[in-house]
Structures are given as structure tokens and as C-alpha cells.
Write a protein that binds this ligand. Structure first.
Ligand code: SAH
Length: 335
């Protein structure tokens, strides 16, 4: 099938909209909250501490972007109700989700939530935002270094085509040799900028957990998964999950530029360990010894450098007046 060439980000947006609306993504990939309840519980405790550091604002929004099955939020809420009933009483849960199918799954687990298509309709008030594996699903553009100039990658009839592009479109600051691919995630940049702008108007904090390198680097990171196996990203549009590495250094710069404070990126393994994942595991294992092995395996999978511990990173951004958030190094003026 041939047709007009479609820019990669438009192709990816269209493919993922069909994918998330029609498939069960969790047949194709497993995310941290689906590995163990401990992940959502630890994030819930992080949110409760953030709320206290913000001065216990009420009312407050607990906001999640791309909540999947609603597992993370349900686990977080259980931990919050136990550890910080004042936060639980002051909050309204808001979920940003475009897929009607996943909204229905989320409604089963978090019935009291309010749903949004994007951040714009979430009421302006103090907030704590969490997003796990949300940014990696947003559509990227790819540029290729050719001679003294650049091309941009398009998709036509299931194959790649390159079209010349003005160098001004290409993000600067990434060294690239002949044939190297440079990526930009414009919706992720836009989302982080909008969150950071809100953080300058309202007390709040945001936590992004996703996969990607510590520093910006050239390279083609587009990936497609179907039935937990890598497949050709162009061959199974709408049937495979399309994601790309999150450029945390780039997003940190966007947040800083908007006036927010930034902590991280740092590895998921270090973040979870600092927030007491292993103590939580031991406590759960003592009360349910028959689950001890499962809990141990899950904790290792979430934190081990050879599993998710190092590839996944955590980035926090917060209002200028908020003190340092837990689990990450202090805020830095630049990366
Ligand atoms: N956070 C969940 C799910 C990750 S999958 C987990 O960790 O298990 C990505 C999620 O983002 C899905 O819920 C998907 O429907 C949602 N999503 C993808 N693109 C989106 C967009 N443009 N706007 C809002 N949600 C989106």
C-alpha cells in the first residue's frame, strides 16, 4: 500500500491512538505498577511527603497522566489513606487519559476520579502530578544528519522515506555524525513546559518515571512491542505499542527554562531504595510469608541495574518555593 508520506510523529500519534483505544497494552508490555503493588505504594508515600513539604494545601489535586489500568493510583491511594489521612481528605484525583477503553479500566479501580483529555481542563489549584511511562508513548520526530544538512524521517507505504528539512527544526546541542538520528519529542516538551508553568503559579510537584538515558544522545530509539517481543515499528501500526526513549536532560532544561526547580534525573533503583522499597518489602513479607519470594523477585526487578533499576529514570520538578523533594538529589541549576 502506498500513500502520501506521513511525518513520523503523525504516524506514531495515529498508530498509538488506535493501539491504546483497541488493544490491551498489558498483553504487550509490563510496567512497574503491574509488577508489584509496592511501586504504587512508594509513589503514594512520595506524594504524601511532597504534600507536607508544600505546606499541606487544601484542596489539592492528585493528578496522574497516562494511568494505564489505574493500578498505580489505586496502590498509591491505599498507602496515602493509611499514612496521610489529611492528604486523602484534601485531595481530588484527576486522571489524564485519552483512551476510552483504559478510562473504563481506571474507573473500576479509582471510581472517584475526574477524567481529562489533557492538562488544560484540570482546574488551577495546588497539585501533585505523577506519570509513569507516559512520556515515552508520546510521538517523536526523527532527523538524520546527511552531508552538511539534515533530513526528516517520514513513513510511506510501510517504509521509511527521508525529506530535506531546515536545520532550524533540528534540536541543537547533540553531536551527530553522518547518518546519525536525532530525536525530539515535542508533545513531551509541551507537557513538561505546561506543568512547569503551573508550578510557577500554584504550589505543586511533579514526578516523571520513564525509560531513557541520563544525558541527551544521538540515536534511533523508536521501539515497537507486540506480545512482549520487539517488532518492526512500521509493520504493525495500531497493533504494536510504539515508544521512544525519554530525553530527561532535554525535559529538565525545558522545566528550568519555565522557572520550575528540577531534581534528577536519577535511576529508578536509587529512587525506590531511598524511599524505603526494601523496608516495605520486608514488612509485607513478614505479614504474608507465603509471598516473600514473589515480593523479593519484584523488588529486584524494579531496582536491579540489569532489570528496570538503571534504564528507568526519575525526574522531579516543583514550585520554586518548595523545599527539596525526597528520593532524589537536591535541585541543580543545570545538568
Ligand atoms: N502509567 C501506566 C500506563 C503506561 S502506558 C503504567 O505504568 O502501567 C501509557 C498510558 O498513557 C496509557 O494509559 C495510554 O492510554 C496513555 N496515553 C498515551 N498517549 C496519551 C496522550 N496523548 N494523552 C493522554 N494519555 C495518553
Amino acid at each position: 500500500m502506498t500513500g502520501p508520506a506521513e511525518r513520523l510523529d503523525r504516524f506514531m500519534a495515529r498508530a498509538n491512538a488506535i493501539y491504546y483505544a483497541s488493544r490491551d497494552p498489558f498483553a504487550d508490555f509490563t510496567t512497574a505498577p503491574e509488577i508489584s503493588q509496592m511501586f504504587g505504594e512508594v509513589i503514594g508515600l512520595w506524594a504524601a511527603i511532597a504534600w507536607q513539604l508544600l505546606g499541606c494545601p487544601a484542596p489539592v489535586a492528585l493528578l496522574e497522566a497516562g494511568p494505564g489500568r489505574g493500578t498505580l493510583m489505586a496502590d498509591a491511594l491505599r498507602a496515602i489513606r493509611q499514612a496521610a489521612p489529611g492528604f486523602a481528605a484534601a485531595m481530588q484525583v484527576h486522571l489524564i487519559e485519552t483512551s476510552p477503553r483504559l478510562r473504563a479500566a481506571q474507573a473500576n479501580r479509582v471510581p472517584a476520579a475526574v477524567w481529562h483529555e489533557d492538562l488544560a481542563s484540570v482546574p488551577e489549584q495546588p497539585f501533585i502530578l505523577i506519570a509513569n511511562e507516559f512520556l515515552d508513548a508520546l510521538p517523536i520526530r526523527q532527523f538524520v544528519r546527511r552531508g552538511h544538512g539534515w533530513t526528516e524521517r517520514f513513513v510511506a507505504g510501510g517504509t521509511w522515506v527521508e525529506q530535506p528539512v531546515d536545520a532550524a527544526e533540528v534540536p541543537s546541542g547533540r553531536a551527530a555524525g553522518e547518518g546519525d538520528v536525532v530525536e525530539v519529542n515535542e508533545p513531551a516538551r509541551g507537557f513538561v513546559a505546561a506543568v512547569a508553568n503551573r508550578l510557577c503559579r500554584q504550589p505543586g510537584a511533579a514526578l516523571f518515571v520513564d525509560y531513557g538515558p541520563m544525558r541527551s544522545a544521538a540515536g534511533d530509539s523508536l521501539q515497537a512491542l507486540a506480545n512482549k517481543q520487539p517488532v518492526d515499528p512500521l509493520a504493525m501500526a495500531g497493533v504494536a505499542d510504539l515508544t521512544a526513549h525519554v530525553d530527561f536532560a532535554d525535559l529538565a532544561a525545558v522545566a528550568r527554562h519555565a522557572g520550575a526547580q528540577v531534581q534528577g534525573p536519577q535511576t529508578q533503583g536509587a529512587f525506590l531504595a531511598k524511599l524505603g522499597l526494601f523496608q516495605r518489602m520486608e514488612r509485607l513479607a513478614r505479614s504474608r510469608p507465603e509471598h516473600a519470594t514473589t515480593l523479593m523477585t519484584a523488588a529486584q526487578r524494579l531496582t536491579d541495574p540489569s532489570a528496570m533499576g538503571e534504564l528507568f529514570k526519575v525526574l522531579a520538578i516543583r514550585s520554586p518555593a518548595c523545599p527539596d523533594l525526597p528520593g532524589l538529589g537536591g535541585s541543580s541549576a543545570q545538568q
